[in-house]
Design a protein around this ligand. Structure first.
Ligand code: CAA
Length: 360
């Protein structure tokens, strides 16, 4: 299918990412059905879209009329066949579990038109493996947005082993028509580009605190005010959803080895259902003011450890030919708002001391 033929988009999942993607698609003029498994979930997603559109209108980023018509273009539904029955593109953003996603694709394949393209917003899982349970592996690829989708510029477009070039071209053009910048990921590798950097960063932050080497405030002060990232490491974990980061880590651990073992601090938060901003509490309490990061509690040893992990992930991506340093820097700047790309940050800091830190 050509991107100009796309009119109707089905978004599966109305959570943090699903409702954000539905909003972005509606703002770009597409007719959107947003589906979740019950009325409460789907209504909650719809309310969040309404909140976000109001916020954008309040800040004059869009007009009131644009906000109203975008909301009118979104239909919340529970019935899967109704959601995908006449879709040109299905964007799936259901929980980050291989079994759940596979189950969804088996069912979607029964109801979607044969020419529809399936795009998964998975943060890390194998596109090839997911495509193989659908009935159209050639019309299947990754289309990975970043949280919050309405604010973050990047969309990673990921090919599976069976994806046709036409499919990738169409999805790239679709991302562009939504005002996003697509970056093509050369290999279907766990975490793709941006999460391969961010998720180990959040894990290392957790290990630092778990080992009593520094406090949450010190780590976040270092991340935000010394390294200059837009958010503290724990603030970011809360924004993304601690469960999301944790599931990505579990998968990376399984696929890439022990260096990615999730820190128990994250498991404890998931167990207690303190998942971050979306549940009102994570590392910070969002019912009582949210993240309040001191500007002056940064520490050089913490910066060194965080940067060493980031540099190591850059090297891993280059080594495995997933992306070159320029593509990594571009993707992380657009997807995670880093002022400088991680490869440049590592070079500026000096690789020798980072290697020593990694050895330690
Ligand atoms: N819609 C509309 N408005 C929103 C919003 C949304 N979805 N989310 C937040 N806002 C509003 C806030 O309510 C706030 O409004 P008030 O000022 O009225 O309180 C305002 O936007 C904040 O915006 P600012 O521009 O003032 O804030 P900022 O400069 O701190 O930018 C940010 C916010 C763009 C999120 C920035 O902090 C940032 O870039 N953070 C990094 C986020 C990131 O790394 N995302 C990727 C995570 S990884 C991922 O998503 C992949 C995955 O698979 C796990």
């Amino acid at each position: 299918m050509d991107s100009e033929e796309i009119e109707r988009i089905a978004v599966l999942g109305a959570g943090n990412m699903g409702h954000g993607i539905a909003e972005v698609a509606a703002l770009a003029g597409y007719t959107v059905t947003m589906r979740d498994i019950n009325e409460e979930f789907v209504q909650n997603g719809y309310d969040q879209i309404e909140w976000s559109l109001d916020k954008l209108a309040e800040k004059d980023q869009i007009s009131r009329g644009e906000a109203d018509s975008a909301l009118d273009r979104v239909t919340p539904v529970v019935d899967l066949s109704e959601a995908v029955g006449d879709a040109d593109v299905v964007i799936e953003a259901v929980p980050e579990k291989m079994d759940i996603k596979k189950e969804v694709y088996r069912e979607v394949a029964e109801h979607a038109p044969s020419e529809a393209i399936f795009a998964t917003n998975t943060s890390s899982l194998s596109i090839t493996e997911l495509s193989e349970v659908s009935d159209r592996p050639e019309q299947f690829c990754g289309m990975h947005f970043f949280n919050p989708p309405v604010r973050m510029q990047l969309v990673e477009v990921i090919s599976g082993a069976h994806t046709a070039d036409d499919t990738l071209d169409t999805i790239e053009a679709l991302a562009e028509s939504m005002g996003k910048t697509p970056v093509r990921v050369r290999k279907d590798s766990p975490g793709f580009i941006v999460n391969r950097i961010l998720v180990p960063l959040m894990n290392e932050a957790a290990w630092i605190v778990r080992g009593d080497d520094a406090t949450v405030a010190e780590v976040d002060s270092t991340t935000k005010f010394d390294l200059g990232l837009p958010m503290g490491s724990f603030e970011l974990a809360d924004q993304v959803g601690i469960d999301v980061g944790y599931h990505v880590l579990e998968y990376m651990h399984q696929e890439l080895g022990d260096a990615y073992r999730p820190c128990p601090l994250l498991a404890e938060k998931v167990e207690a259902e303190n998942l971050g901003k979306k549940t009102g509490k994570g590392f910070y309490d969002y019912e009582n003011g949210g993240a309040d990061i001191p500007t002056d509690a940064g520490r050089d040893d913490v910066a060194e450890r965080l940067l060493a992990v980031v540099a190591n992930e850059v090297a891993g991506l280059v080594d495995a030919d997933v992306a070159d340093p320029d593509a990594i820097d571009q993707a992380v700047k657009l997807g995670a708002g880093f002022p400088d790309g991680p490869a440049k940050m590592a070079d500026d800091h000096g690789l020798e001391s980072l290697v020593e830190t990694l050895d330690e």
